[in-house]
Ligand binder design. Structure first.
Ligand SMILES: *Cc1c(COP(=O)(O)O)cnc(C)c1O
Length: 422
């Protein structure tokens, strides 16, 4: 081992020893064959104790309360913390407080991100079209679902898509947005943290630019929630949606969250008018009357069971605090870049993420032709990153579950595999 290698290994150990969040790492279910999990930004790890939580929910709250759980009328020992009917708003408010920088009454848990993006975007597009604003601004490097949803809405409502061409190694800037918005702008949708590059958009500045032009903005927070600090209220954000199975550790397919700024709640109408978003749903009355507030975003029966693991994960985030999580996230990506520069750049690997930590979210993408072929070798040796077309390996470093030693081990195996197979 070279002096530099020894130095980096001891740095990793030192960073772990002084990590104020290190205790959180031990609370996850172990994955014995995994040396380095670099996909916590894609599917967070399960917390140990989740099985017991689910078991308790099934036997007591579901089994004991049965249908009475919806209204909280079961025997005392069967009652959930809140009647299940209230979970979309109750869990939404917990996400808002722990991760979004949003006051209560503006966030619900429902559907999937894709469906919520559709519902919120359609609501905004319709309201804006009535004012003659028929352009939807988006960027070429946004996550596929965002682009497809907007393409569908544009076709459905006769709107025009205005594409911003983004550098896949960076992301959208307020200047780029200022250049395309104007009197025809209806809705603008971007990812706050770009799924490919990790670019952390200046949401406050972009929102301001869009508002100055009279547009509404919808932020996709999939790679932001639980990883970077958000101030939706302070930034004046109109709408937002995101998933809970990435940094929020809610489990595969856990439901999404949607945010609607308070003063827009009575103005915007989402298109899936279901009974669970109606005022007094159990009256089953004629005609749809939206429930007050953000509840109107809900369409059908809330995914209660799928929120049980999410609640456990939220408790952990509440305890850790998003500021500490973000601080560790920055330290993790800085350290990963240091390792990449020392070990991989000499082999022609390029960093395709922002170097400035203030403009970088929780992951780092590196590129090199032939990376795809290395993937099976990495998996075989217990290193699990993910691959993004055309030749990017994404190192997602979930702060609550990832150690610096793990980053060191994973990148060193990547270096070994690269030298063996390059
Ligand atoms: C993961 C992700 C999604 C996922 O949407 P689903 O409906 O949950 O499949 C959407 N947008 C972005 C930016 C993502 O990273």
């Amino acid at each position: 081992m070279t002096a530099e290698t020894v130095d980096l290994a001891s740095r990793a150990a030192e960073l772990d020893a002084t990590d104020p969040l290190s205790a959180h790492r031990t609370r996850f279910v172990p994955s014995p064959d995994v040396v380095a999990y670099f996909d916590g930004n894609s599917l967070g790890r399960p917390l140990a104790g989740m099985a017991e939580r689910l078991d308790r929910f099934v036997t007591r709250e579901w089994g004991g309360g049965l249908i009475r759980g919806w209204t909280g009328d079961g025997p005392a020992d069967s009652r959930s913390a809140r009647p299940w009917m209230d979970w979309p708003g109750w869990v939404g408010d917990r996400i808002a407080a722990a991760a979004l920088g949003a006051a209560p009454g503006q966030t619900v848990v429902a559907d999937s991100t894709t469906v919520l993006l559709y519902k919120l975007a359609r609501a905004a597009v319709d309201a804006q079209a009535r004012a003659g604003r028929r352009e939807i601004v988006l960027d070429t490097d946004n996550f596929p679902t965002d682009r497809y949803v907007l393409e569908g809405i544009a076709a459905e409502r006769g709107c025009v898509l205005r594409w911003i061409e983004t550098d896949p190694a960076e992301g959208v800037t307020a200047e780029q947005v200022a250049a395309v918005v104007g009197p025809a702008t209806g809705l603008v949708l971007f990812s706050h943290v770009a799924y490919r590059s990790g670019w952390l958009a200046d949401a406050a500045a972009v929102t301001r630019v869009v508002h100055d032009a009279g547009g509404l903005v919808l932020w996709d927070l999939c790679h932001s929630a639980g990883s970077v600090e958000l101030q939706l209220d302070a930034w004046g954000v109109d709408l937002a949606a995101g998933c809970t199975y990435k940094y929020l550790n809610g489990g595969p397919g856990s439901p999404a969250f949607g945010y609607v700024r308070r003063d827009l709640q009575d103005v915007l109408r989402q298109p899936i008018q279901g009974w669970m978003g109606r005022r007094d749903p159990f009256l089953m009355g004629p005609g749809y009357v939206p429930a007050d507030g953000v509840r109107g975003v809900v369409s059908g029966t809330p995914p209660v069971l799928a929120m049980v693991p999410l609640l456990a994960a939220l408790e952990q985030l509440e305890e850790a605090g998003i500021a500490a999580v973000r601080a560790k996230s920055v330290a993790l990506t800085e350290f990963a870049l240091e390792l990449v520069d020392a070990w991989l750049v000499p082999y022609g690997v390029e960093v395709a993420s922002p170097r400035d930590p203030a403009r970088r979210g929780g992951h780092v993408t590196i590129r090199r032709p032939g990376f795809r072929e290395l993937l099976p070798h990495l998996w075989e040796r217990g290193v699990i990153p993910d691959f993004r077309e055309p030749d990017g390996i994404r190192l997602g470093l979930a702060p609550l579950s990832t150690s610096f030693t793990e980053v060191h081990a994973g990148v060193s195996i990547l270096r070994d595999v690269l030298t063996e197979h390059a």
